[in-house]
Structures are given as structure tokens and as C-alpha cells.
Ligand binder design. Sequence first.
Ligand code: HEC
Length: 296
Amino acid sequence: MSALRRFRGDAALLAGLLVAGLVLLAGSSPKDVQSSLSFLDAAGVERSFSLDVMRRACEEREVVVDDPYHRKSMGYVALPLGCVLDLGFAASGGGEGQRDRGLLLRAFDGYTRSVSGRDLLEEGAFLAFGESARMGRGPGLARFTRIDRRQVDPSPFYLVWTGVEQGDPHDHAWPYQLAHIDVAPFEQAFPRTVPSGLAKSHSGWAGYALFQRACASCHSINGEGGKVGPDLNVPRSIVEYRPIQEIRAYIRDPEATRYTSMPAHPDLSEADLDALIAYFSVMSERKDDPRARGDS
Ligand code: HEC
């Protein structure tokens, strides 16, 4: 072996030791530094929690889920999302305090999914921070298998659902690379429900306010909002297939038409019903069907 070859070998070894030393000095790899989740509450206060802190606060579990991206059953090490929300929103009523709020789930890759607090408080939600098969196999191994068409690393967090009915990402949010959970005003959380371009004086705005307060926890418009009842705008708007008088009667007292879990709204005045119908009518001219769009 020539002197040069030997020198290059030594140099490589030295460089390697140097890098190892720097990593030790820094105390953690860049990936670990990113392993925190931030929470923005309704007052605009942001709090960030590292994985270590969340693991101390919430009991971790191994969960097996029907993974819609891997298209098979996968085991994850995860924290119950309810506990994580209680920690993140401790200053504003915990997870339960966000039930009627709009939230944005934001990922490192820019993916943003709007959900209601109610959606996230459903049983079966877990914040996964690694695959069972990969955890504890030394620091060199990535915690997750790469995922989705783009083959990205789901780190630091992947929201998974254990229920058999919760495996469709159209109905339940399954964001990976999750980094932020932000309380956001309804319009910001559910932009496709906004009657955009409508004159400020139009009664559709009053209807929209009513819809947010009384209906959105169960119903969506253009795929955004609650999933308990049917979407009221796509593919066909409620005002396109039901006579207006029937819709009004139905909203006031659904059980007079059919036995249902939809609650009665005897408190709504004639003017309130006018406003709701106005909102549905203007939204029927602003269709934005998530399935036609092909995203979630
Ligand atoms: C607690 C959940 C819940 C709330 C709140 C709620 N709904 Fe419903 N709604 C349902 C469910 C579930 C259905 C489907 C079953 C049925 O039609 O009875 C439904 C059905 C409907 C239908 C009939 C749809 C069809 O095609 O037959 C209309 C119209 C409707 N809701 C309007 C409203 C409006 C407007 C509000 C707000 C004022 C509202 N709902 C609030 C749960 C809810």
C-alpha cells in the first residue's frame, strides 16, 4: 500500500472521528432535535413539547393498525392522542377544551389538514413515533419505513387510528411528518366552506355563522367539517334535491320525517332558516368536491 493510500485512509478515519465527536457534542442527531410537536391555542400561544416530555406525560402503547399508506397491518409505538392534546393544550382546557374548535394539522412537508376538535377526540387516535419492529434497534436505524407514493420518512410523528372503520384517510386524518397542531378560526381551518366572493350584506353570511355553530360538528360542506351526517353540498347540494319547505321542516324537527340521530333545532327562527337556505344555495354555486379533486 502506498504512503498516499495510507494517508487517505487515516484522513478518512480522522474525519469520521471528528463527525462522531461533533454528534456527541451536539447531544443528538438533527432528527431528534425535530422530534417535538407544537400546539397553538385559541389565544395564539404556542407551546412545544419534545418526544421525551410527551413520553413522560403519556403512557406509550404498541398499537396495530390497518395502515392505509402501507396497505397492510402495521405495529407502531404510540401515545394516546387524547393525552397528548391534554398536555399540549393544558392552558386552554386540554383536549376536551378544543372539541368545538377548528384545528389544523400541519406537517413538515407542508401538508395541512383541517379537522374539528371533535374529530381528534374520537376513540382510537394515536400519535405514533416509531414502528414496533424498528424501535430499540440502535440509533442508526430510522424509526419508520418510508411511506406513500413519495417514499418519505414519516418522522417525527404519524397520526394513526386503531378502529376498523377509521382506516380511510378521507374520513380520518392520517398525517405523517406531523409537526404542529394549531387551533385556527373556522374559516381558516375549513376554507372550502367559505362563501367566498359573496357581498358582505348577503344573508348567506348569517347562514354560514349558523352553520358553523349548529351544524358543522356533524355536517361538511365541500368535504370540510363534521362526518356524522352527510355532506350538504357535494356531489349534490341539499337545495338541489330536496324541496326548500322540506329542508326547513327537517332542520326544525327531523324526527317528524324520519327517526334519526340528527337533533331537532326548535330554537331556529324563520329568519335563521332563511339564512341557512341562503348559505346552502350560494355554496351550491361554489362546489369543490374533495373526491373529484382526488385528495383527502
Ligand atoms: C349531532 C349531529 C348533527 C347535527 C348537529 C346536525 N345534523 Fe343534520 N343530520 C345528521 C345526521 C346523522 C343526518 C343523516 C341522517 C338523517 O338524515 O336523519 C342528518 C341529516 C340532515 C339533513 C338531511 C340530508 C338528506 O339528504 O336527507 C339535513 C338537511 C340536515 N341534516 C341539516 C342540518 C342542519 C342545517 C344542521 C344545523 C342547523 C344540522 N343538520 C345539524 C346529524 C346532525
